[in-house]
Write a protein that binds this ligand. Sequence first.
Ligand code: ADE
Ligand code: ZN
Length: 340
Amino acid sequence: MTELSAFIEGMPKAELHMHIEGSLEPELMFDLAARNEIELPFKSVEEVRAAYQFTELQDFLDIYYQGMNVLITEQDFYDLTWAYLTKIHAQNVIHTEIFFDPQGHTDRGIAFKTVIDGISRALKDGEEKLGITSGLIMCFLRHLSEESALETLESALDHKDQIIGVGLDSSELGFPPAGFQRAFEKAKSEGFLLVAHAGEEGPPDYVRDALDLLKIDRLDHGNRALEDDSLVDRLVSEQMALTVCPLSNYKLAGVTDMRQHPIAKMLDLGLKATVNSDDPAYFGGYMNENYLAITDSLGLSKDQILTLARNGFDASFCIQERKQAMQDQLDKYAAEYNVG
Ligand code: ADE
Ligand code: ZN
C-alpha cells in the first residue's frame, strides 16, 4: 500500500450520496432470495457481477430495480443497511446520509413502514455500536408521476422523526425538475431538507431548475453544470455543495476516462465538491475506492483530498456541534501527517 492510499483509507470521511438499495451485494442478493424463496434470473454471484456492464444510467436502473425485488421483510432492510454500515465502518466513514427509494418497494406491495423501520433500526445500531452518525433521505422516482410522489410524501409524514430530507432520483433525461415542484414545496413546508439528482445525464438547465424551482439545499452529481460558466459562478457564489460520484460516472459512461474526471477542475473552480459512492455494489467500490480512483487518475495531493473530505463534513446535514467534532477529528488526522 502506498503512503497516499494509507492516508485515504485512514482518513475520517462523510458520505452524502448513497442509495441503500445500491449497496446490495450479489452475495446478500442470493441469501435474501433464498430466505424469501424468490427465483433470481442469475445462476451465480459471478453471473450477477458479469451483468453489471452499463452504457448509460437506464441500463443500470433496469438491473437495480430488478435487484431490489429480493427485499421483502423489515429484517431484509435491516440486513442490507447493516451490511453497508459495517463496510463503511472499516473504511473510516464516520457519518452517512443515505437515500432510499420507497416507491421501488411500495409499488411491489411492501409497506412503507416495513422499509423505513428496517433501515432506521440498522442506522440506530450503527450509531450505538459503530459510532456512525446518519440521516435518511427519501427519494421520489422521477419516472413516476408527481401524484405518486405526493402520496409517498403523505406516507412519510407518519415517520418524520426517521427522515431528514427528500430527494429526486431515477431516469433523468426527459424527467426535468419542473415536474416535481409541488411535491418539493410541500416537503419543504413539512420541514424536510431538499436535494435532487441533476446534471448527471441531464443538461445544465435541469441543474438551474433544481435550484430555482425545487429550491434544493444540496445538489446530487451536478457534473454537467460545468458546461455553463454562469451556472458555475452561481454554484460557487451560493456555496452549493455537489455530491460527486466518481466511479458511478465512469461506470455509467458520463466520464469515459478517469483521467478526465472533472472533480479536480471542480475544486479549482471553487465548487464545493464531495466524494461519494452512489451505488457501491454496482459501481465497483465504496468510499475509499472512489477516493483512490480519483487520486490515482488525477494525481490529487493530500491537500486536495483533505479539501474533499472537509467539504463532505461541511455539506452534511448534521447539527453544527457534530460537524465541528468531525472537522476537529479530520484536523487531528491531518496534523499526524503534517498536512492541512
Ligand atoms: N438511483 C440509484 N442510483 C441512481 C443514479 N446514479 N442516478 C439516478 N438514480 C439513481
Ligand atoms: Zn445517485
